[in-house]
Design a protein. Sequence first.
Length: 365
Amino acid sequence: MATTTTTTLSNQYQNYFSRKLLSYAVQALVLDQFANKAPLPARAGHKAITMFRYGAPSTSAIEALTEGTAPSGTRALSMAKVEKALSQRGQVIQLTDILTATDLFNSLSQSIKTNGQDAALDMDTITRNTIVGSNVAGDAMENTYSTYVLDNSDELVELYADGTKETWASGSGSAEYTTFEATTGADTLLDAAAVLNAVTQLKVNRAQPAKGGMYVAAASPQVISDVMTDSTWVNAAQYSNVEDLYKGECGSLYGAKFIMSTNPFITGDTLGTDGDRFVYDASGGGGTAATNDIHATPFLGSEAYGCPDLSSQSPFSPKVEIVDTADKSDPLNQLTTCSFKTFWTALRLNPNYYVVMRSKTASTA
């Protein structure tokens, strides 16, 4: 493959294609719309994003005031810096000289669109894995909750559609997953009672709702098909303000807006076997409804996690590289490469401000 980084296309076209790639990526991203955004670093030597996490509300420093007398104490602002290294991501698409000779601009445009959509899927996967606490090959994410050090007040909560609960604190948890994996029947499906349980847990954790005073659930199409059968489900088309919807929003139930994610986290091929809870099932279910496949649906409050702000201008912003010059590896200039590179990561800010609901599904899709 050519290692040349120059191109006969003008910088104007390079910048145009970079903007197009970013627009395609942003259109396809789902989970980033609920994240706190941190600007990409302005210096190439600092390859991390930094955010701040503030302490929980407290009345410890509030006191009764006496006229003419200053308060005896002050409230210390609890603030912790959360930082995570950026991962450089990218891919290359090759176009032959025959194709580019007949349809250069359209071929490049389709390559940019493909790269942008693939980039969005990759970014969304990294964010999803960070929330769920899992590891997919190629992602340097935690593969167990035990590797994530929780503060003393934190509880990383997993709920199950059958009403059971698993709490991870200081790197330890119980084994509810194994029991749930071996369970079948209607109790394993996400229903109104399970949604209410998740929303209640977020309220108990004092998680602030997202836009419109409601929490957000990012669910698979199969799980949404289950919950839509409830008589209290409200379709997004029935909202009084249909102009103010999230990307992918399809309805709401008991204080949670449901966002359809076509990139859900699904586990559970082996009944009764713990340990695959953090391993993504690439087959994505199908044909074994409510038996093996377990869908992870994060219920989110605000300030639960963070990711880069792609709109910020930085050396780490998404870039398109188009190479169409001959070199030793392509002496006859038969190939044009259209590639992108970007930086991405995701980090947990407040584990108390989201819960992961695990359920099975009645859908055979």
